[in-house]
Design a protein around this ligand. Structure first.
Ligand code: SAH
Length: 370
């Protein structure tokens, strides 16, 4: 078999074991000459070392026999993206620029809260959606991340905090939001595979309930996401009319608001316990009037929803400004009165360019200067 995530080192390919399913891992073990009747046990042990213990050095895997450890060291690797920049905000937010094997870079952010902490993972290098208020859309290069690169971001973030072996409870890195660079539903297979690995009970074992996938609205894949992955859903709505949404989120021309909301109404795990989050970026004079808030209430009628009001995070030469504090508060009040929770997200990590795509663009700009 051939492995997509292999890397050439000293003239021969090392297979990266991160991102493989247990079945694929077992095939690798077989290919190293371990008999079929032993490979199941060895796979479980290896999985435990990689994803529960977080070990990257085969020689430290004490439960494996010497010959297997040697073969693994010669033929395989356990790799994560390389952290090329790390920025720490005064509010505890940490942001990394992670370099992949082809030297392209993605962003990954850790946002601590009092009782938990979310890691925001990227699903693509760049993004094809071109949402007008998002900095990532201004970057040219786009490709899908493979499952190793998605799981690897989380593992690299955890390495930074030394949070291995996987704690049973009270984790610093307790939640995942697929809200970094890229559109996760345009890279569904790799995202699905990565999340299956991350939720596996014998490894990292993060509960599905602690994972939220954010989409700009790739309608045909929303149901599949609910049935197969069972993760929380966040929708980047940002506008209440198709006319405005077509310009802010051009994907709306393909999947207009009515189709998007009807997919949300059918989302399998949408219940009171697991509300759908609607993200709404507050843009001064564009989408922030009391009338917009009332229209939002009308649109969301019957959906178990929560609305996150996100103050626009400006970037150099961005064509928008953030709505005023009072305007955002009034917007939130109207939604509350209509029966919806509508917290105003406090901007995090502003001192370290934590808005989507900012760190990467800064790095590209500096590189061009050199
Ligand atoms: N493609 C996915 C996930 C990436 S964007 C999606 O669209 O949901 C993650 C969130 O950050 C989205 O809600 C996006 O609209 C928001 N966002 C992007 N740039 C922003 C900015 N400059 N200020 C505030 N929110 C922003």
């Amino acid at each position: 078999m051939s492995f997509l995530n292999s890397r050439e080192t000293k003239g021969h390919q090392l297979i990266n074991l991160v991102g493989l399913t247990q079945e694929e891992l077992s095939e690798v073990i077989n290919s190293l000459g371990i008999p079929q009747n032993k490979s199941k046990m060895r796979t479980k042990q290896l999985w435990h070392w990689i994803y529960f213990q977080g070990v990257t050095d085969f020689t430290k895997m004490t439960t494996l026999g010497e010959p297997l450890k040697k073969k693994l060291s010669e033929n395989c690797m356990i790799s994560r993206p390389k952290i090329s920049t790390e920025k720490k905000s005064i509010d505890g937010t940490r942001k990394w620029l992670m370099q992949l094997s082809d030297k392209s870079e993605v962003e990954c952010v850790y946002i601590p809260e009092s009782d938990r902490g979310a890691v925001c993972l990227s699903s693509q290098v760049g993004c094809t959606l071109n949402c007008k208020f998002c900095y990532t859309g201004t970057q040219k290069l786009v490709r899908n991340l493979d499952s190793a690169e998605i799981v690897g971001q989380f593992m690299a973030a955890r390495d930074s905090y030394g949070e291995w072996p996987s704690p049973k409870k009270e984790r610093l890195l307790s939640n995942i939001v697929m809200m970094g660079m890229g559109e996760p539903l345009y890279n569904y297979e790799n995202v699905a595979r990565a999340l299956q690995i991350i939720t596996d009970k014998e490894g990292i074992s993060l509960s599905k309930r602690r994972i939220t996938l954010s989409t700009a609205g790739v309608v045909p894949l929303i149901e599949r996401c609910g049935i197969e992955l069972g993760v929380g859903l966040a929708i980047s709505l940002h506008a209440v009319t198709d006319e405005l949404r077509n310009t802010l989120v051009p994907l709306n021309k393909k999947y207009p608001i009515s189709e998007l909301l009807s997919a949300c109404r059918k989302y399998p795990s949408a219940s009171n316990a697991r509300r759908i989050t609607f993200e709404y970026v507050m843009l001064k004079g564009i989408n922030d009037s009391p009338g917009d808030a009332r229209e939002l209430l009308r649109l969301l009628k019957g959906i178990h929803a929560k609305i996150n009001l996100i103050p626009f995070n400006p970037w150099p030469n961005s064509p928008f400004e953030c709505s005023g504090k009072g305007v955002i508060k009034e917007f939130s009040r109207i939604l509350n009165e209509g029966g919806y929770s509508a917290p105003i997200r406090s901007p995090r990590g502003r001192d370290i360019l934590a808005a989507c795509g900012q760190l990467k663009s800064e790095s590209l700009r500096l590189k061009r200067k050199i």
